[in-house]
Design a protein around this ligand. Structure first.
Ligand SMILES: NC(=O)c1ccc[n+]([C@@H]2O[C@H](COP(=O)([O-])OP(=O)(O)OC[C@H]3O[C@@H](n4cnc5c(N)ncnc54)[C@H](OP(=O)(O)O)[C@@H]3O)[C@@H](O)[C@H]2O)c1
Length: 275
């Protein structure tokens, strides 16, 4: 699996695994644990989760999946904005650590901006880092103006945002802003949640030319950007194998032009979309 280096030099895989909707149904738990483990075997050893997902249920599934493999996996989790106060962050982090069955989260994000002052959240993140409970911190769903207001932004390890061929708004300003600072961007919903994006004729055409699937084309298209990490969620073993292999796909100029025609790049500022 191709890797990129975080600002502190730590290598992480460019394709990780999402966990939204995991942990919602106890009957699916064994299958979900097995899927995450298969993904790790295929090199997608970065797992993105959040205290929000199934209200802790997804973190518990991740905890089970990484037992006996903790050192091979890079764990990303997120704190709810309403818990992002000076006192709330360490309490939320303790709960996440317990559910994940680990003593340290590799990357801890503010899920989206809420009402607590950013200075309080960042102060709490820095304290957790000093205590060794998190290795680094970052944000999610932050637009350029939010990034400009973020205290100690030079310590922010990533901004996790919506990005796929049908959601290109960040290319206008946020993505270049992060790239100029060598801050990796983590693209969520890289497959458009598995919906109509994957049936779009332009993706189908490029997939046909590549002998690949539309999902692989979407991931390869996103990964053409330097400093990008994608976190597709897949429960299906075939999907997992296909997603891991997408790291090797290179789209030609002609194929990129087909996708540009179907999904034009932004020509002016667009407010950051969220899912
Ligand atoms: N920070 C935020 O605010 C935020 C918001 C949304 C999401 N996220 C994170 O980003 C992750 C990814 O986003 P997402 O889960 O919403 O959507 P997604 O990854 O864009 O799409 C997931 C869907 O695509 C299907 N799929 C996966 N691989 C496929 C393949 N190779 N071919 C065809 N279909 C495939 C999956 O089906 P199967 O499961 O059946 O394989 C699932 O239905 C989330 O799980 C979460 O960790 C973060």
């Amino acid at each position: 699996m191709r890797r990129l280096e975080l600002a502190d030099g730590t290598p992480v895989p460019v394709i990780g695994q999402g966990t939204w909707h995991l942990g919602e149904d106890p009957a699916r738990r064994r299958q979900e644990v097995a899927a995450l483990q298969l993904g790790i075997e295929h090199g997608m050893a970065l797992i993105d989760t959040a205290e929000m997902y199934a209200e802790g249920g997804a973190e518990e599934v991740v905890g089970e999946a990484i037992r006996n493999r903790r050192e091979r996996v890079f764990i990303v989790s997120k704190v709810y904005p309403h818990n992002a106060s000076r006192a709330g962050v360490p309490q939320a982090c303790e709960r996440s650590l317990r559910r994940l069955g680990t003593d340290c989260i590799d990357l801890y994000l503010l899920h989206w901006r809420g009402l607590h002052p950013l200075a309080e959240t960042v102060e709490a993140f820095e304290r957790l880092k000093a205590q060794g409970k998190i290795r680094r911190w970052g944000v999610s769903n932050f637009d350029v103006d939010d990034m400009q207001e973020l205290p100690a932004v030079e310590h922010c390890a990533t901004n996790q945002v919506l990005y796929n061929p049908a959601e290109r708004g960040i290319e206008y300003d946020l993505l270049p802003w992060c790239q100029a600072r060598r801050m990796p961007v983590m693209a969520y919903c890289p497959l458009g949640e598995g919906g109509s994006l994957l049936r779009h004729p332009a993706l189908l055409e490029v997939a046909r030319r590549q002998g690949a699937s539309p999902a692989q084309v979407a991931l390869a298209w996103e990964l053409r950007q330097p400093g990008l990490i994608v976190i597709p969620k897949a429960a299906n073993a075939e999907h997992l194998r296909a997603n891991a292999a997408a790291a090797e796909l290179r789209l030609s100029e002609e194929e990129l032009a087909i996708l540009d025609d179907a999904f034009p790049p932004p020509t002016r500022k667009q407010p950051l979309n969220m899912v």
